[in-house]
Design a protein around this ligand. Structure first.
Ligand SMILES: Cc1cc2ncn([C@H]3O[C@H](COP(=O)(O)O)[C@@H](O)[C@H]3O)c2cc1C
Ligand SMILES: O=C(O)c1cccnc1
Length: 338
């Protein structure tokens, strides 16, 4: 395991505030070639922007999609004891086993999209502390789980898809969003993995009590992540920080994944420019959060699963963008006056 370039929360915060390293030369070269291809300028819409984004972060004028990785981070949540989910926490471990046996939705999507799937369980699936009572994690646990995520990213990766598994984790996602951007439980909570009305009331109450308890720490986005987040959410944040350092473009998944990394945007307005939000989750907080982060999700398929399903589903779209950019003939090659 390599040593990450942060030893404590202060050095982590400083790292998150460093400028981003996308490549303007690659952006220019891609734009120059795009302008010569046999189509009206701009007619491939957002596909053109995706190729430019890939090249900018890979720092290559001809981007590559050979090594595409999907990572699922799994963890459990103390706040689940408040009855915030329709499902018991032991489903987290059972789904991890299902991922390993090839039986989940993400296994099929990953095979179809040509991604390498890895599953990382955090803290042996021991739950965080219940954040309606105290901070979800102490500094040490927060940094340890974040480092696990940081180290899970191979610098050789061409495109990274991230997702999560953790019963109850739409509750920390809503709490984080409210703490970072304002609002309360009612405004940010959704039905997650299928809450009925009673579970919704418990979820909203847990979020509101947590916001009240931790409010004095809301000036610091990393303290919000430690107090109101979760092990797998911290690991996702670590992986996003690593990808930014290594120049790896990334696809974020749904509400939980996006909320996990929203503190990085608050720390630095360019903290997530190497990420695209792959899809708009049916969880109602997601589109609101995406808009606050200045992003328009690539797909809107009504998914509300997690597991990196939306991120991995968007990979063929990225492959299509690159195929057009690299495979199309130019006006000169086609003998068409441009
Ligand atoms: C069988 C099953 C498979 C899943 N795969 C992802 N999730 C998703 O649902 C959970 C979040 O919803 P909540 O906050 O309401 O518990 C997370 O584990 C998320 O990854 C699943 C949930 C279940 C039940
Ligand atoms: O959008 C998500 O991340 C999500 C939605 C429902 C359940 N689990 C995750």
């Amino acid at each position: 395991m390599s040593t990450p370039p942060f030893a404590d929360i202060d050095s982590l915060r400083a790292l998150c505030r460093e400028p981003a390293l996308s490549d303007p030369i690659a952006i220019n070269q891609i734009a120059e070639r795009e302008a010569t291809l046999t189509k009206p300028a701009g007619s491939l819409g957002r596909l053109e922007e995706l190729t430019s984004w890939l090249g900018a972060w890979q720092r290559r004028s001809t981007p590559r999609l050979e090594r595409v990785q999907t990572i699922i981070f799994a963890g459990n949540h103390g706040v689940a004891a408040q009855g915030v989910s329709a499902w018991p926490s032991d489903v987290t471990a059972l789904m991890v086993q299902n991922f390993r046996n090839g039986g989940a939705a993400i296994n099929q999507l990953s095979r179809y999209a040509g991604t390498t799937l890895t599953v990382e369980t955090l803290e042996d699936l021991r739950p965080t502390a219940d954040f309606t009572q105290t901070a979800a994690m102490d500094d040490e646990t927060f940094l340890r789980t974040l480092t696990r995520g940081f180290n899970a990213v191979s610098p050789e990766t061409d495109l990274l898809c991230l997702g999560e598994m953790g019963i109850g984790n739409t509750t920390p996602a809503a709490a984080l969003s409210a703490a970072l951007f304002g609002g309360d439980g009612k405004e940010w909570a959704g039905r997650g993995a299928g809450n009925d009305d009673d579970a919704m009331l418990r979820k909203i109450s847990a979020i509101d009590r947590a916001l009240e308890l931790h409010r004095s720490s809301f000036a610091d986005p990393l303290q919000i992540a430690r107090r109101l987040g979760g092990h797998e959410l911290a690991a996702i944040m670590g992986a996003v920080i690593a990808a930014r350092m290594h120049g790896i473009p990334m696809l974020l998944d749904g509400f939980v994944c996006t909320a996990a990394v929203a503190p990085l945007y608050v720390l630095h307005p360019e903290g997530l420019t190497h990420c695209r939000i792959s899809h708009c989750s049916a969880e109602p907080g997601h589109i609101r959060l995406a808009t606050l982060l200045g992003q328009k999700p690539l797909l809107d398929f009504g998914l509300r699963l997690g597991e990196a399903s939306g991120a991995t589903l968007a990979v063929p779209l990225i492959r299509a963008a690159l195929a057009c950019h690299t495979g199309m003939h130019t006006f000169a090659e086609a003998g068409i006056a441009g």
